[in-house]
Design a protein around this ligand. Structure first.
Ligand SMILES: [Zn+2]
Length: 152
């Protein structure tokens, strides 16, 4: 006699939940770094919630498609986290360079995106025309040590 579908599903959920727990705490695969384990655990959680909502008579290829969507969804979530990290770096570089410029007596205008790039910004001093530049890696201060007003 074959096992009832409900029982199989319950067991699948139990196993995946257990695996997710082990991945998160790291006792099963310590050699994976923390973020890798979190990504795998997140895919499994997403997969579990998507499988749970599937009708019971759904064809196998659609179940597989659901798994693929879960993995893509998880990947998009982590891309967003990475983008947020980059934006945070850029913002911090901006604050640092603004502070340095202010100490040197410069009066920076608004930050503007460097043409063709969403991750590079520059700002120009309203008085001397010197400028500063930041991306997610570095901040470049191209201002003179003392701001000297230029007649334009
Ligand atoms: Zn200046």
């Amino acid at each position: 006699m074959s096992k009832a579908v409900e029982v199989e599903l319950a067991q699948l959920k139990t196993s995946i939940n257990y695996l997710v727990g082990l991945l998160e705490e790291g006792s099963l695969v310590e050699r994976f770094d923390k973020s890798t384990r979190e990504e795998i655990a997140f895919v499994l959680q997403l997969l579990l919630s998507k499988v749970k909502d599937l009708p019971s008579n759904i064809p196998e290829h659609l179940v597989q498609a659901t798994a693929v969507r879960a993995i893509i969804g998880a990947s998009e979530k982590f891309t967003k986290v990475e983008q947020a990290d980059e934006e945070e770096h850029i913002a911090r570089n901006m604050r640092e360079i603004e502070a340095a410029a202010s100490i040197q007596g410069h009066d920076l205008g608004e930050w503007e995106e460097v043409a063709g790039s969403a991750i590079e910004y520059q700002a120009t001093c309203r008085q001397c025309g010197g400028f500063v530049y930041v991306n997610q890696v570095s901040a470049y201060n191209l201002l003179t040590d003392d701001c000297v007003r230029v007649q334009m």
